[in-house]
Design a protein around this ligand. Structure first.
Ligand code: KMH
Ligand code: ZN
Length: 275
């Protein structure tokens, strides 16, 4: 059976990448809108969105998300997935800031990480009661979750959430591979995660750092979807900075097509993701 078109998600900003690491990181709402539009042109169907204060520090403020989403939607039709992960150390109300948006600023999706993971030298803290609280808030807002899995147990946790009525299955999963402290970006790890999915679920692979573009090819071959962008990786090739998210998306689209996959437009992605 022919694999469906590949959904490319552009993780535009993140909470950790700095302007010192790359001058191409978008920070203001306008820069984010511009980066989203260029990524859409290059083949992205969705953006994974974090926002920043003017000084570059991470924020989950609804006002900053609203401004960024307005700038994105003014320019293009890309789907908008907001982060509820934020930055390590944020409390639940802050993390859930973007879930309060409505109307033209309402996100299409929101992330839901289903377990705690070491995150470099820090801890991305997601104890079970907190996961349930965020799942409840996503559901109450009428937004579709993307289940973020930094390790294998996080797939299993989604089954419990479904049994408890906090998410619906089938759902869409994102396998985030290669975070120091999390599951490594190895083909066998991806294979195990795919085999662990509940029936009918869709998935995206997001490789950190130097694993990013190689994982796009693997995801293309295995019939999945891929996430690229400056949140996860700033290099287009060894030691060469990507000159923006669009360059990483263009390279991902090229590699996907090279492996025989078409690249999904946002409306196609909307239907594949059952939004
Ligand atoms: N910044 C990480 C600690 C998400 O967006 O949902 C969490 C993260 C996951 O980026
Ligand atoms: Zn994120």
């Amino acid at each position: 059976m022919k694999a469906p078109p590949m959904i490319i998600t552009a993780a535009l900003v993140g909470a950790e990448t700095t302007r010192e690491q790359t001058p191409y990181l978008p920070i203001t709402a306008e820069e984010i809108g511009e980066s989203a539009a260029r990524s859409r042109e290059a083949g992205a169907a969705m953006v994974h969105l974090h926002v920043r204060n003017a000084d570059g520090t991470a924020s989950q403020a609804p006002g900053l998300f609203a401004a960024a989403i307005r700038e994105i939607r003014r320019r293009c039709d890309v789907l908008v997935q907001v982060s509820t992960g934020g930055a390590v150390g944020m409390e639940v109300d802050e993390r859930c800031g973007p879930l309060t948006l409505t109307g033209r600023e309402k996100p299409d999706m929101a992330t839901l990480t289903t377990g705690t993971v070491n995150f470099g030298e820090e801890v991305f803290w997601n104890p079970r009661p907190l996961v349930r609280e965020i799942a409840r808030r996503i559901r109450a807002a009428g937004i579709h979750p993307e289940i973020e899995c930094f390790d294998a147990a996080m797939v299993d946790e989604a089954r419990y959430l479904a049994q408890e009525g906090l998410i619906d299955l089938p759902a869409h999963f994102d396998f985030v591979l290669g975070v120091p402290g999390g599951l490594a970006a190895r083909p066998e790890a991806l294979e195990f995660l795919i085999s662990s999915l509940p029936d009918g679920c869709t998935w995206t692979a997001a490789g950190m750092g130097r694993h990013q573009l190689g994982l796009v090819e693997l995801a293309a071959i295995r019939g999945g979807n891929a996430r690229v962008g400056l949140e996860d990786n700033i290099f287009i090739s060894r030691g060469v900075l990507a000159k923006g998210n669009h360059e990483l998306v263009a390279e991902a689209a090229r590699r996907a097509r090279d492996k025989g996959r078409e690249v999904a437009a946002p409306e196609v992605a909307r239907s594949l993701l059952r939004l």
